[in-house]
Design a binder for this molecule. Structure first.
Ligand code: TYM
Length: 334
């Protein structure tokens, strides 16, 4: 579709303040593809409403997520940055793909099981078909790679299954995408319960480090992080708290676990926690400075959204029209 350039696609929900999990697991890696891939990065507001949102907060976070994409180094001249609800083809292809997705396969999705346990009073159909809309996002752009954290792997796999099934019935429709999961930072855990994923919707804000937390807050949260009763900084089975802090330190510094163990030999957990807080705060400071500039310029962000939605719609509509034709929908021109 893009003169033989491969395509990268990913999305982030504006459903809470973004965390260092979102940064290390996903957003930081989006820019690796900017030079050699045609890149589409989307703010997936339609996915966010599968859980109740306060409208004013959803609106604010949609602007913030776009500003954060840019502050994390995604140049809108090199990447198509846009908001999902501004490109209607996503919802349209989502409906079509619903008719090629089985009830049984959606019932097996672990995120659906987790979220329906958490929101037992609102197990809506959108929550159930969430992975189908995600498949539509990806397949509309004939995507080759999907940079995500490991928690989204199962969703990319069902997307591949849906695309393969569709291609068997209607050959040569979709490119089959591959998930690209970072080696380090694929799953950052909660600082309070290190067996649980760090999540932007966690009610305990001390368990989560947000990309926009100030330096003192970041250092305080790491100081309080739950660890075991040992003292040695060593990666080992069952030491979930320390393992998580080592993963975070490794992700920010590029050091291996062996290097980290050597660096902190003879020092206690206290020194290590402070060091993790410092590298995290240092790495986020330039992102935060740039973010502040962008978020104060709403007109610029709206112009970017408009430009992004126009670019994305052009490519999305090409795939949608191809799919509609294959299915037998009547297309009248002019
Ligand atoms: P969301 O908004 O939950 O998360 C955005 C990205 O951040 C990654 N992530 C993490 N990585 C490591 N450690 C963590 N603790 C952590 N928490 C989140 C996620 O893996 C994700 O890559 N369904 C997606 C949004 C989506 C999407 C798409 C992604 C909609 N359509 C199409 C890719 C392609 C989601 O809920 O992301």
């Amino acid at each position: 579709m893009f003169q033989n350039q491969p395509v990268s696609f990913s999305g982030v929900q504006p459903s809470g303040n973004l965390t260092i999990g979102n940064y290390l697991g996903a957003i930081r890696n989006f820019s690796h593809f900017s030079e050699n891939y045609k890149c589409f990065y989307c703010v997936v507001d339609e996915h966010a409403i599968t859980v109740r949102q306060v409208p004013a907060e959803l609106r604010r976070r949609t602007y913030e997520t776009l500003a954060l994409y840019m502050a994390c180094g995604l140049d809108p001249e090199k990447n198509t940055l846009y908001v999902q609800s501004q490109v209607p083809a996503h919802a349209e292809l989502g409906w079509i793909l619903n008719c090629f997705t089985m009830f049984g396969e959606l019932s097996r999705m672990t995120q659906f099981k987790d979220k329906s346990a958490k929101h037992a009073d609102n197990i809506n159909a959108g929550l159930f078909t969430y992975p189908v809309l995600m498949a539509a996002d990806i397949l509309l752009y004939q995507t080759d790679v999907v940079p995500v954290g490991i928690d989204q792997k199962q969703h990319v796999e069902i997307c591949r299954d849906i695309a393969t099934r569709f291609n068997q019935l209607y050959p040569d429709t979709f490119t089959i995408p591959e998930p690209v999961i970072p080696k380090s930072g694929m799953k950052i855990m909660s600082l309070a319960e290190p067996t649980k994923k760090m999540s932007k919707s966690d009610e305990n804000t001390n368990a989560v480090v947000y990309i926009l937390d100030d330096r003192d807050t970041i250092i305080r949260k790491f100081k309080r992080a739950v660890t075991d009763s040992g003292t040695e900084v060593r990666y080992a089975e069952g030491k979930d708290g320390i393992n998580n802090l080592m993963t975070i330190y490794a992700s920010f510094t590029g050091k291996t676990f062996e290097e980290i163990e050597r660096e902190f030999e003879g020092k206690g957990y206290g020194d290590f926690k402070l060091a993790v807080g410092e590298v995290c705060a240092d790495a986020l400071a330039p992102v935060q400075d740039t973010f502040k500039r962008y978020i104060s310029d709403k007109a610029m962000l709206e112009a970017q959204m408009k430009k992004g939605a126009q670019e994305a719609s052009y490519y999305a509509n090409r795939t949608l029209s191809k799919v509609q034709k294959k299915l037998g929908f009547v297309q009248v021109r002019g």
